[in-house]
Design a protein around this ligand. Structure first.
Ligand code: NAD
Ligand code: ZN
Ligand code: ZN
Length: 339
């Protein structure tokens, strides 16, 4: 019996504990993955705090940006072999046969399991995963880069796709954190002009370095006024975890504009004018992560040199301090636990 280190949420709202746990055995259809890099998504903080209407059940291990190498395969797990390097994303598994699953919307499957939420996740040295839902990581993508791409990347890639962003349009990216710094790059890949909004100057400096055409500090200036005077946004992708930012982003849209809702604030409710929505032909879209196929596209774009992942390495033992860093807005895009 070998043991592993894992960060466990013992109780919603409590500090995480580093525990020595038994390395699990892969069951039917499962693979055992030895984690090399595991990203810290803001969702993990919401999970540990119990911020959302649907709550996880402690004790559980968070984490859904896990990248590592398969050590063993359970009975019937034949799609991957030991030695394969794979990513474990939020979509831990889905039924594979409902209308959503067979129409390219597996992320909406009603019986899906979510890594680090409904099943144990990747803040651990070893993780069990569904052989069918892990995604191969191309050789040209390092594990350190692949981890943030596994949620932050695929989620914003998808959010921009569902918003139908077109070349020459203007995209406002609200929140330049783990998700936002990649959203900005996908908007540029599609040929849009990009406005970056955050409340931290360091994040806005990064946005400028990544090619933002305009940066707006929403703490010191009125983002609606700034964006409107720039001509308004055709698409606004909101990744900030505050309901107010969604209302501001909505108000910053041009006629025909699309609000792509991505952030999942604890203050869950926004107020929108039906009149404005109708007369201005605005669209409000919810976007949840992306499919396995979207993630393969994200990896391919990265391998082709189209994106840069900005991250810093951390030790899993420092997980609680890392949560504080993210909440204080001090993190250069993404923290990644490496093993
Ligand atoms: P993050 O903490 O790395 O980034 C959030 C950014 O928002 C930070 O840069 C912060 O400074 C900025 N911000 C805070 N208040 C702001 C304001 N008023 N205006 C503008 N910017 C502001 O977090 P992240 O990991 O990028 O995740 C962001 C959110 O997206 C979280 O709520 C997370 O749960 C959610 N999420 C959703 C999905 C999905 O599928 N929809 C997937 C992953 C994460
Ligand atoms: Zn399904
Ligand atoms: Zn995530």
């Amino acid at each position: 019996m070998t043991t592993m280190k894992a960060a466990v949420v013992p109780k919603l709202g409590a500090a995480l504990e580093i525990r020595d746990l038994t390395v699990p055995e892969p069951g039917p259809g499962q693979v055992l993955v030895k984690i090399e890099a595991s990203g810290l998504c803001h969702t993990d903080i919401h999970a540990a705090h119990g911020d959302w209407p649907v709550k996880p059940s402690p004790p559980f291990i968070p984490g859904h940006e896990g990248v590592g190498v398969i050590q063993a395969a359970g009975p019937g797990a034949t799609l991957h072999q030991p030695g394969d390097r794979v990513a474990i994303a939020w979509l831990g598994s889905a039924c594979g046969h409902c209308g959503y699953c067979v129409s390219g919307w597996e992320t909406l499957c009603e019986t899906q399991q979510n890594s680090g939420y409904s099943v144990d996740g990747c803040y651990a040295e070893y993780v069990l995963a569904d052989d069918r839902y892990v995604v191969d990581v191309p050789e040209a993508v390092t594990s350190l880069d692949a981890a943030p791409l596994t949620c932050a990347g695929v989620t914003t890639f998808k959010a921009i796709k569902v918003a139908g962003l077109r070349p020459g349009e203007t995209a406002a990216i609200v929140g330049i954190g783990g998700l936002g710094h990649l959203a900005l790059q996908y908007a540029r890949v599609l040929g849009a002009r990009v406005i970056a909004v955050d409340v931290e100057d360091a994040k806005l400096d990064l946005a400028r370095e990544l090619g933002a055409d305009l940066v707006v500090n929403a703490k010191t200036t009125d983002p609606v006024k700034e964006i409107t005077s720039y001509g308004g946004a055709d698409v606004a992708v909101v990744t900030a975890a505050s309901a107010r930012t969604f209302e501001q982003a909505y108000a910053s849209l041009r006629r025909g504009g699309r609000l792509s809702c991505v952030g999942l604030p604890a203050d869950d409710t926004i107020t929108l004018s039906v009149f404005d929505t109708v007369l201005s032909g605005k669209h409000v879209i919810g976007s949840i992560v992306g499919t396995r196929n979207d993630l393969a596209d994200v990896f391919a774009l990265h391998a082709a040199g189209r994106t840069r992942v900005i991250s810093e390495r951390r030790e899993l033992a420092d997980v609680n301090a890392c949560f504080d860093e993210v909440l204080a807005g001090r993190v250069p895009a993404r923290l990644v636990f490496t093993f």
